[in-house]
Write a protein that binds this ligand. Sequence first.
Ligand code: ADP
Length: 664
Amino acid sequence: MIRSLLIANRGEIACRVIRTAKRLGVRTVAVHSDADANAMHVTLADEAVRIGAAPAGESYLVKERIVAAALATGAEAIHPGYGFLSENAGFADAIAEAGLVFVGPPADAIRAMGSKSAAKALMQKAGVPLVPGYHGAKQDMATLQAAADRIGYPVLVKASAGGGGKGMRVVSKAADLAAAVEGAKREAKSSFGDPHLMLEKYLPKARHVEVQVFCDTLDGAVYLFERDCSVQRRHQKVFEEAPAPGMKPDLRARMGEAAVAAAKAVGYVGAGTVEFLLAGKEFYFIEMNTRLQVEHPVTEAITGTDLVEWQLRVASGEPLPMRQDELSIDGHAIEVRLYAEDPDKGFLPQTGTLRHLVFPEGPGVRIDTGVRQGDAVGVHYDPMIAKIIVRGADRAEACDRLSDALKATQVVGLETNLDLLLGVLDGGPFRKGGVDTGWLDRVKAPKGGWRRLRPADDETLAAAALAVVEARGRAACGRAARSGDRFSPWFHTDGWRLNGAGYQEVKFHDPAGDGDRVVHMHAKAGGGWRADIGDGGCDVSRTDGTGVLIDGRRRPVHAVLLGGNVTVFTPDGRLKLDLIDPAAETDDGDGSGGGLTAPMPGRVTAVFVKSGDKVKRGQPLLILEAMKMEHTIAAPAEGHVVEIRPAVGDQVEEGTTLVSFEAG
Ligand code: ADP
């Protein structure tokens, strides 16, 4: 068995590989960029090596540095994870040349499957069914036009070197082909450095069903059944499950055997995934991914295996841990990808700090993540926060568990796709099972967007107000400590007054409920508060540091104050209340004035205000283009612009002050 392993990756997959390695007693070496110096994968590993600056092109994609790090730390083997260099044949070669073990297939197998068109030619020879199409070398328009006419419309134009859904175009009639070919060529050239295209019959109602295969160096090969990844947004997977809903045993066996034949045709070793489109009872090869997939945990959940352990054993020359007849399916598993993105703003990736982060726990729930509360989601890497994986005895139980798990997930500091995931899960078609790959793109967002916020009630208003008065208390303590007179009554925030009983007023705006709400918080003699809300109200106090007692009962509500908003999590969903006078409340330094800085490096493409302008909370001040997306920098509160620094066209670094701003 390999005794030491370098993980050439970051984030959740690096953490996941490290965990299995540790369990097997394998010493682990992490590599990291400057942005990841304190990342979770670095702290989990036994050792860590810095390999360069934050951009992946200067760190995680530099083969030589990774190999050098392995040699310097005495690591025997390198696990590539997924993404980055995982399907780079040159990387596999470099590792072999350095006398190290690559935890993956032989470089030639990566090469054979690297080009979709070449792979299809190979698969045709191996007798694996293909989507009708053209995957030849000739790329002139006359050849492509004739091929498309023969295939019949709609036709899908695909980049041969494609990945991540890029470089694909659906063409519904002959007249549109030339323009689509031009566009796809350009995109393929710029994204993959290779303009080679292929054509396929477009199957509009197909499902994406892929088979997990595993081969060892001793000629052993098995399939670990299928995953259905049909819930996709613009050809990218969002939900993944195993087994595929409604899959019949004979079709499963046929697909499994075809996948093994595909792997054998290229002399495969290790973990691989053969992707098919399934239309009715017919299935067609689309591509093979020569690495561990993001969605491998659902297969682990239903087969009771640890695929990273299998990878390490196979890479050590051991036989596959199980034979085909020893493998079986037990239960149903679903995975969702929790992303830092805003589904209501064109899925704009979000960057920032995870100020509050709670993941669900419970039977059948697994969380694969590479971040902790307080970590930043930056511009340089994939904005996935976590994979939430559930297993149930059957699909209905898995759906219920996923619904509970998503409701128990708490993120403050960034927008996420959590509400979209819940909306999709609870919608009828997903529950029924067997949706096609175009389904999610056809689903219209609910009126008002995906974000689901419930209205406030007395209990949640009281919990929110408690968070606010506590923050005021902390702020007053800070001021008192700085003032030299710590016991001055002027710094009390419990409603102390010179004459008679006082109270603190907390004013909220509830966008999902009755508009403005006022809570009067009266400090009670024995501790805790009386929250008067209109004619009603309740007693509210803190227990065990984080819990809330409402009228003496412990309630599962959790309020988080951040930047002029209070987010309250409850078992029935979350709500977000805007503080009406936020500058007075925040104790986190956000939004109460000072400077607004660039959240990421980018270029200023529009400036809407000038120095001295009065602005409303949320009013756009300027637009920063970064990560090929536009990010609006808005006023954090009502106030005025003291100075606006950059001009249109200026390139700015992360952290540069863009606007100096004064609230009030
Ligand atoms: P990538 O490598 O970019 O992920 P794939 O070839 O794996 O590209 O295809 C990604 C997705 O695109 C599939 O899961 C499916 O939803 C869709 N797709 C690919 N080929 C076809 C086709 N011939 N007909 C319909 N949809 C397709």
